[in-house]
Design a binder for this molecule. Structure first.
Ligand code: F6P
Length: 550
């Protein structure tokens, strides 16, 4: 297969990038009154405006040529039809059938995937209805009031991001809590106010081997049994979501309390599977289905829209343009809607665990930057914290601004203030203000010349900082489903163009292995052998201090 760098479209983009670095977006906007119309895409759930990027029509044509050379359409079909595109693990990548509300039949290795998905959804419906309606009883025959999801990474971030985003849609039948950190402080804090008789634990782990999750789950079992004095209580208070029934059963979860997921669903793409059960418990099954419908709507757009009008494809191409060709190293996710306060953490895992890699599909070193580091915060909080850096540092940080036309929780006067900032920031990042303007402005304020000379350079904003604006109609289960699926497909397209294996995560294994060896050394008298002097020194110091404290 041709290396990306030897494609004519790739080389042409490099040459074009050199020219574009000399351009300013202000001039591009001045030269073309139709820039917004040309560089925006309107979908039922959202509007994507990407006109505030350092692009021209030629840039977009060249990026689309690259997408075609990389056979995005072909790879997209391979994903949707279940080819084993997760090469290193030889697995299909099938999060899309989890939300295929058209229920299009799909077979994989002789198994009817659609049927398996529908059966699990039916089990989720029965279970969530039963718990929400108070028919599922704890060991002392009391109804469940609190649900604690124990899981980490993809088994936590998806459902928690959605639960937080859709709080306003909950009827508060149940309180849903999340425990992900193995720092005992978190589980202790979550359990402290809860009544064991009324708590249901969901142990969510695709592998059912993740140390942090298993440690938290074991603590939860002890907490329950020490209150109920009955090992049998576990069957009424613990359920599991996993691709490993055997591991869940070995842990002590009753077979009928296990919800299946499958190896063809990646952890960070698993929100749509039974991993989303806390969402169904919190909001009701109907709203969980609406979330799936929103994602399915985006799947259809991604699969059917021509590449030039395809929102996920555009987001991916622009990220590659900004990072691989123009040299940006990080990207900010800046939601202005309070409900999306966990979105940047969610997308951090989705993009960085997928594409933060440095060898190609063929195991050769990649010779170009792959994906940026993803970070972010609610926009308004960011404005009063790190936006200084976005506006005036020497590093260019492309940013996605995400806001809603309508607030879910309208409070008179607030939304306009919020959205005025939302629109102002992308404008300021794009247009900036040059020294002549700064000086003219200070002069109109009757400032002394020596003050103007001193301050003017500090007030210059170079502008020309790329942003995408995603304007949602309103955050609902459906539009949120679409938004998340938009980014999932963006990540897929990035991976194909950059020739990265997006669906494995070998990079998390090395640390896991070392931690288990070190844990043994912490818990026993074994000396901290087999480490570099820094790690050995730290472990010895820790052991000395804990033995003093003990
Ligand atoms: O669901 P599991 O198997 O507990 O894994 C949790 C998370 O851990 C990771 O494997 C990374 O350590 C993620 O990919 C995954 O989402």
């Amino acid at each position: 297969m041709t290396a990306r760098t030897s494609l004519a479209s790739w080389q042409a983009l490099h040459a074009h990038a050199r020219q574009m670095k000399q351009q300013h977006m202000n001039d591009l906007f001045a030269a073309d009154a139709r820039r917004f119309d040309k560089f925006s895409i309107q979908l039922p759930s959202l509007l994507l405006d990407y006109s505030k990027n350092l692009i021209t029509e030629q840039t977009m044509q060249q990026l689309l040529a690259l997408a075609q050379d990389c056979d995005i359409s072909g790879w997209r079909e391979k994903m949707f039809t279940g080819e084993a595109i997760n090469r290193t693990e030889n697995r299909a990548v099938l999060h899309t059938p989890l939300r295929n509300r058209s229920k299009t039949p799909l077979e994989l290795d002789g198994e009817n995937i659609t049927l398996q998905v529908e059966q699990t959804l039916a089990k989720m419906k029965n279970f969530s209805d039963k718990v929400r309606q108070g028919h599922w009883k704890g060991y002392s025959d009391k109804r469940i009031t609190d649900v604690v999801n124990i899981g980490v990474g993809g088994s936590n971030l998806g459902p928690q991001t959605v639960t937080e985003a859709l709080k306003q849609y909950s009827d508060n039948s149940l309180n849903v809590h999340y425990v992900s950190n193995v720092d005992g402080a978190q589980i202790a804090e979550v359990l402290r106010p809860l009544n064991p008789e009324k708590v249901l634990f969901i142990v969510s782990s695709k592998t059912f081997t993740t140390t942090e999750t298993m440690t938290n789950a074991a603590t939860a079992v002890k907490w329950l049994v020490s209150a109920s004095f009955d090992e049998q209580a576990v069957a009424k208070h613990f359920i599991a979501v996993t691709a490993s029934r055997d591991n869940a059963k070995a842990f002590g979860i009753a077979a009928e309390n296990i919800f299946d997921m499958w190896d063809w669903v990646g952890g960070r793409f698993s929100l749509w599977s039974a991993i989303g059960l806390p969402v169904a418990l919190d909001l009701g099954f109907k709203q969980f289905i609406e979330l799936l419908e929103g994602a399915h709507e985006m799947d259809r757009h991604f699969r059917q829209a021509p590449l030039a009008d395809n929102a996920p494809v555009m987001l991916a191409l622009l990220s590659i343009w900004n990072c691989t060709f123009l040299g940006a190293q990080s990207q900010a996710i800046l939601p202005y809607d309070q409900s999306l306060h966990m979105l940047s953490a969610y997308l951090q895992q989705a993009e960085m665990e997928s594409n933060g890699k440095s060898v190609t599909w063929h195991g050769e070193p990649v010779s170009y930057p792959t994906v940026p580091s993803i970070w972010g915060e609610l926009g308004i909080n960011g404005q009063h914290a790190f936006y200084q850096y976005l506006h005036q540092s020497n590093n260019i940080v492309p940013a996605d601004f995400i806001g809603s036309v309508e607030s879910i929780t309208p409070v008179r006067g607030h939304h306009e203030t919020l959205m005025a900032n939302f629109f102002a920031q992308t404008q300021a990042l794009m247009s900036g203000v040059d020294e002549a303007q700064v000086r003219a402005d200070l002069a109109t304020k009757d400032r002394q010349q020596d003050y103007i000379d001193k301050v003017a350079p500090h007030k210059v904003h170079k502008g020309n900082r790329p942003t995408n604006t995603i304007l949602m109609e309103r955050i609902t289960p459906k539009t949120l489903g679409s938004l998340i699926a938009l980014y999932e497909h963006k990540i897929f397209v990035q991976g194909i163009i950059l020739q990265i294996c997006s669906f494995d995560q070998w990079g998390v294994e090395l640390g896991k292995g070392l931690a288990s060896k070190i844990q043994h050394q912490l818990e026993t008298d074994e000396t901290a052998a087999g480490h570099d002097s820094s790690t050995a020194g730290l472990i010895s110091y820790y052991k000395k201090m804990t033995s003093k404290a003990g």
